[in-house]
Design a protein around this ligand. Structure first.
Ligand SMILES: NC(=O)c1ccc[n+]([C@@H]2O[C@H](COP(=O)([O-])OP(=O)(O)OC[C@H]3O[C@@H](n4cnc5c(N)ncnc54)[C@H](OP(=O)(O)O)[C@@H]3O)[C@@H](O)[C@H]2O)c1
Length: 290
């Protein structure tokens, strides 16, 4: 089932991690409707190949979310209005690794990189900031005592879940700040359910990882299917701070709005995470608040 996407001629979209999987499918759907699409990717060979394959007004530009210098450079060299910023990129690492700025890699890439990018580009964004999360947020917790897994034994799934919960709390607090600043921009979030992409889920336990890989082969939907919630959160008639996902058991099927639960609804946690993220990145919300 395809989604109706109105004409996007004249609109500019940035998709992080747009050279593969859900990001590429999202980019292709918007480019097919006339949008100018910037694939913000760390590997330019793959980015250019994806841009050529997608066609239309699609280009590839370098962005490594694991480096604040790269994020700053991307923002510095991005001119003009941006209709939609789609924070799609994400990674899961099986062992404790760090970004060039010394952040735990998943937290640095999935949350802090997008936090920095959004705030640096916010004064150019005209319509929406869309962030791709995951249902893993439900079993996750933001541990402010040990955000970077320095004291606890590293758990790949726990670290990933924390970043996907952070994506939702970021969206919530961003929307609160935008509304307070009187901005018409919306912050929305989505999750793809289960999609067969290059994304590798690594729990660190071999048997479980093999089972997950088998499940992906048998049960997951296509990247195009996984992109539908992102597209709904981008061009659909949805409210700020909303969460879009697949309507069939939250795993596949047409996109629909979904209720958030638990810690993802906690405004105090959202505000605290924002403040900590500002401290860690030294990048602040740029719009004036009355
Ligand atoms: N597939 C699923 O079932 C599923 C479920 C829940 C949530 N998600 C979320 O969906 C989003 C897209 O994932 P996907 O499934 O489409 O997997 P994917 O094909 O692996 O795409 C992830 C993208 O993120 C990019 N990326 C990773 N680290 C980066 C960095 N440091 N800087 C810039 N880009 C970086 C990757 O680029 P490289 O090619 O350079 O590594 C890749 O293009 C992710 O946020 C993921 O958490 C996916």
């Amino acid at each position: 089932m395809t989604m109706h996407i109105p004409d996007q001629t004249g609109r500019t979209v940035i998709v992080t991690g747009g050279s593969s999987g859900i990001g590429k499918a999202t980019a292709a759907a918007l480019a097919a409707k006339g949008a100018r699409v910037i694939l913000a990717v760390r590997d330019q060979t793959r980015g250019r190949a994806a841009a050529a394959e997608i066609g239309g007004l699609t280009e590839s530009r370098p962005l490594d979310l694991g480096s604040l210098a790269s994020v700053r450079e991307f923002a510095r060299t991005t001119d003009g209005p941006i209709d939609y910023l789609i924070n799609n990129a994400g990674s899961m690492t099986d062992t404790l690794r760090h970004t060039t700025d010394g952040f735990e890699s998943q937290f640095g890439v999935n949350h802090l990189g997008h936090f920095a990018l959004t705030n640096l580009l916010l004064s150019q964004i005209t319509r929406r900031v869309i962030t791709v999360s995951s249902t893993n947020y439900r079993s996750a917790h933001i541990d402010f005592e040990d955000l970077q897994w320095q004291r606890r034994p590293y758990r790949p799934f726990g670290a990933y879940g924390q970043t996907k919960l952070a994506n939702l709390l970021f969206t919530r607090e961003l929307q609160r700040r935008l509304s307070r600043a009187g901005s018409p921009i919306l912050a929305t979030a989505a999750h793809p359910g289960w999609a067969a992409t290059g994304f590798t889920m690594t729990t660190g336990r071999r048997i479980l990882d093999h089972t997950l890989a088998l499940g992906t082969r048998l049960l997951a939907q296509s990247p195009e299917g996984g992109a539908r919630p992102t597209l709904l959160a981008t061009i659909g008639d949805v409210p700020g701070a909303s969460f879009s996902g697949p309507s069939r058991f939250g795993v596949r099927g047409p996109a629909a709005l979904e209720e958030l639960s638990g810690e993802a609804l906690n405004d105090d946690t959202a505000q605290k995470l924002w403040e900590v993220s500002e401290l860690l990145t030294q990048i602040k919300f740029p719009l004036p608040t009355s």
